[in-house]
Write a protein that binds this ligand. Structure first.
Ligand code: NAP
Length: 480
């Protein structure tokens, strides 16, 4: 199926043709077929986008909160109308099952509505002064141009989770989405265009990452870089952006532990494992990597999980009725399979999956797989898997289990299953993770702060904290 898109570049309210002949070829990960070739941005377009965003900043930040909120509410309504159409484009270029894609569009759109409401409650503070004729006011204001750089795994929600609070606060945007999923980003910017956002407030540059990244880092008008993606690129942007004294927020990967205590409701734990691990083919920064199960229930839980994993249906996400779509790329399949082979070489055993069912392309799909006996130095135990492979391990001592999961360099999401409130309080507070969910599997609510500690990044997205990231504090000392 060939899709037609005018451009992957939207600057100053216009779809732009690039100065060079550069194109981004977008393929369907389920088939390898070419979906679209879109004109792509380079240095010149990135610079033009920064200039347009800078020019729009004064008037956009000068609107009152309710005036800006009206644009966000309009965009939210259009996303709801077009959720199916935008979800289909996402499934075609990213592979996730269509129900998940449509769900993601509605989730992303909800950030627009939530921040349209929240910006109207963005209060300042009056600090007591030492004198009757003096007042200390603290007010929150926009920073300027914000560069948003996002990954392919949630191509709608990762962009909207940044853009919604940033523009609600009065900032203007240059967005650089992942090369694999520019079509979802283009659909987002079509919505912004149709919602009537003033020219220059929202700019899009799909294209080769390094030249665009260089311009965003070098441009003094860019006051903030908000990044979601790999640790390697996040570190580079933090170092180079930090050297320019830009604010840099980085949301990076994780090696999520999923901990099951013996008193847990095993059905609840299992249902949440199936969703947490296998949604989006396991390509989520909070997908469980290690499942730590108390030794008293290890065998029971493993047998029940094996049955559920073997029931998962693999297929083309666009057709519906499947739980597991293709991986984003053939390289991703190779990387996940290498983790499986590494674990097997070090003594791990496959208890479920490990083999692609007949009729499914093994170059494009990974089999949902459970392994046991992976040692501490196996890749799957200490590196993000980002695929439908998971390692089960028994634990006996609570203290040793906590030390083991806290030894990770990452600290994004952790899962805990127990009915005992004392365990829930004690263990959740001992975990060096930015987020802990107890008896559940979702972290990404619009009203809560998503983010990690240690190697998983710096900054929060969502909720009140997610708005503060895009505002700076001004202190006014008034004497009269
Ligand atoms: P990635 O390779 O770091 O890419 C992320 C973004 O950075 C893409 O838009 C990429 O562009 C861009 N980029 C690459 N090189 C750049 C450069 N020199 N300058 C500027 N931008 C550059 O990560 P990914 O493979 O797409 O995403 C997977 C990672 O994201 C995983 O580790 C996952 O855990 C993490 N993640 C974290 C969260 C969270 O909230 N913590 C959420 C989702 C995903 P190109 O695509 O054009 O290379």
């Amino acid at each position: 199926m060939a899709l037609t898109f005018k451009s992957g570049i939207y600057i100053n309210g216009q779809w732009v043709q690039p100065s060079s002949k550069a194109v981004l070829d977008v393929t369907n990960p389920a088939t390898g077929e070419l979906l679209a070739s879109i004109p792509a941005a380079g240095r010149d377009e990135a610079r033009a986008a920064v200039v347009a965003a800078h020019k729009a900043f004064k008037s956009w930040s000068g609107l009152n909160a309710n005036e800006r909120a009206a644009y966000l509410r309009k965009a939210n309504a259009i996303f709801i109308e077009r959720a199916q159409e935008i979800g289909e484009i996402m499934t075609l270029e990213q592979g996730k099952p269509i129900a998940e894609a449509v769900g993601e569009v509605l989730w992303g759109a909800d950030y627009l509505l939530w921040y349209a409401e929240e910006i109207r409650r963005s209060n300042g503070t009056i600090v007591p002064s030492d004198s009757l004729n003096q007042r200390f006011y603290l007010r929150r204001r926009a920073r300027g141009v914000v560069a948003c750089i996002t990954p392919w795994n949630f191509p709608n929600a990762m962009l909207l989770r940044k853009i919604a609070p940033a523009v609600a606060a009065g900032n203007t945007i240059v967005a650089k989405p992942a090369e694999e999923t520019p079509l979802s980003a283009i659909k987002i910017f079509e919505v912004f265009h149709d919602a009537g956002f003033p020219a220059g407030v929202l700019n899009l540059v799909c294209g080769e990452p390094a030249p665009i990244g260089d311009v965003l880092l070098e441009s003094p008008e860019v006051r903030q870089i908000s990044f979601t993606g790999s640790t390697e690129i996040g570190r580079m942007l933090s170092e180079r952006g930090g050297a320019q004294l830009k604010k840099v927020t980085v949301e990076l990967g994780g090696v999520a532990p999923f901990i099951v205590f013996p008193d847990a409701d095993l059905d609840v734990a299992l249902n949440n494992l199936m969703w947490g691990k296998f949604a989006n083919q396991g390509q989520s920064c909070v997908a469980p990597n290690r499942v730590l199960i108390h030794k008293d229930i290890f065998d029971t839980f493993t047998v029940a999980a094996k049955k559920r994993v073997e029931e998962l249906k693999l297929g083309h996400g666009i057709k519906g009725g499947f739980e597991v779509g293709p991986m984003i790329s053939e390289e991703a399949v190779v990387r996940v399979n290498a983790q499986l082979e590494d674990a097997k070489k070090k003594g791990a055993k496959v208890v479920a999956g490990g083999q692609i069912p007949s009729g499914i392309d093994p170059k494009r799909w990974c089999a949902p797989t459970i392994i046991v006996d992976a040692p501490k130095d196996a890749l799957v135990t200490c590196h993000e898997t980002f695929g439908p492979l998971v390692a089960f391990e028994p634990f006996t001592s609570e203290a040793e289990m906590i030390d083991s999961v806290n030894a990770s360099e990452s600290g994004l999401g952790a899962y805990l299953f127990t009915k005992d409130l004392a365990i829930a309080h004690r263990v959740s507070e001992a975990l060096e993770y930015g987020m802990v969910v107890i008896n559940g599997s979702s972290f990404g609510y619009v009203q809560t702060p998503f983010g990690g500690t240690k190697g998983s990044g710096d900054g929060r997205e969502g909720g009140q904290d997610g708005l503060l990231e895009y505002q700076e504090l001004q202190y006014i000392n008034m004497n009269f």
